[in-house]
Design a protein. Sequence first.
Length: 552
Amino acid sequence: MSHQGTSAPRSKGGYVALDDDEDKDPRSSISSSSPILPVSDPEELDNEAPLKPSTFQVDGLETFYKPIHGYEGLHRYDPQYTWTSTDEGKVVRKIDRWICSWVCLMFFALQLDRGNIVQALSDNMLGDLGLNTNDYNYGQAIFYFTFLSAELPSQLISKWIGPDRWIPIQMVAWSIVASSQAFLQGKTSFYICRALIGLIEGGFIPDNVLYLSYFYTGSELPKRLSWFWVSSQITNIISAFLAYGILHLRGLYGLEGWRWLFALEGSLTAVIGVLSWFYLPPSPTQTPGWFTVHEEKIMVNRIIRDDPSKGDMHNRQPLSWKMVIECLSDYHMLPIYLIALSFGMPTSPMSAYLTLQLRDLGFDTFQTNLLTIPAYLLFISQLLFWTWLSEKWNQRFLIGLSSQIWAFPLLLFLEYMPANTGHWIKYAVTALLVGHPYVHAILVAITSRNAGTVRTRTVASALYNMLCQASSIISQNFYRDDDRPLYRRGNKILLFICIYNLVLFIGAKVFYSRINKKRDEIWEAMSLEKKRLYLITTKDKGNKRLDFRFAH
């Protein structure tokens, strides 16, 4: 399908306007995700709630926007439909309440089952199973390897049968394996369980990102994704309290506390998974009566106007292998992929080893779990602040530098601090490093924006997350048993990676800025008729189109 894109400001990414009409009503209150178009008769406007503009500047361009036959919201599509900012705000708040909150609950379940091994470590799990730190490293590497291996297949299944069906299936399946960890007997069973959990959980995150993109515009997604990962850290806090209570069950029926932890928390995830099967709606127009016809029209038309490519496929439409190969070979996404592979490395080892580090500092099991909470609270505040600031300043890659600038001096201190440094100073530095500026939500959102089409978004989100998991596999091995407890060698490597990441973030900013500038020059030199002809005849798709601008 060929269509004209929306006219969000070019620096924010997305599609540019067909022309630069300056004769606009100043009271139109156009949002950054709305087309820059003239509104209805000014006499009809309510000063407190002005109408949003209709889609087209020039009659006859409906074919550039119209979704394909079979698109689930086609019956609500209306290129001339208008609504007020107040109405749209109410709709977005309802989506937050009914959709985003439940997605956060599901992510809570994911983090509970994949993260409770950190609490289990504080209860001498490795000693009980006869394992050492290196065995744990290998187990985590296996987990991340199977996790990343499942990312793309999971996304393709999700696109085929719908994320509303596939996500609950994943949740129930992994909860069974997670609960089975209560019966671990040694190294082999530990490795098998880590492999199965990673295999089943892989793809869950990009599946949810794809699902949220059905409901939110490009500028709204980063904030919701930040809450997505906030729920992850809230899980860490809640699980610390849960672990404090559950681990006290050590000895009950002759079982260790960590076995009770896996059994009980895995069962909770299963309940959430079953409820999700009945709860999740397939699309904005397929809810159990949550929205009125007017609200459904707002949802469908604002999404299409923000990103016309979302009407190119319906939510049960699989990708062909040709589509997958085309998406994998999209070189415009390469800077984001390179960043995904390394941006989290400087802080990942300390985050994974937080409880072991605290035990090494002399804290007992229960002190260790409670002392993780300040680090997680700092993490949450940083995540929300930097994600908000990236949209406020309309800067993403430069904001991403904050994660490396924060980590570098802390790693430098850990590298050169005296061995006899006080426990509380070591704890403070460790907590600050774990509570670093987390720019993952910004990068996930920019991956979705810069993909340009649903098919590329499906593959790119999976590939981005695969590289993040590959990063975790690599970084799990920076802290080794023979380098314990100060990890001088590991910290030295992390310092060099910080410098490398600084170059990557700046390079990505320059890369996308130059492409946008070049396309601006070509596009602005074209007459209106040439632009129309291009839109009608072009075979360029998504981010290859002349009217597409990358977010940076």
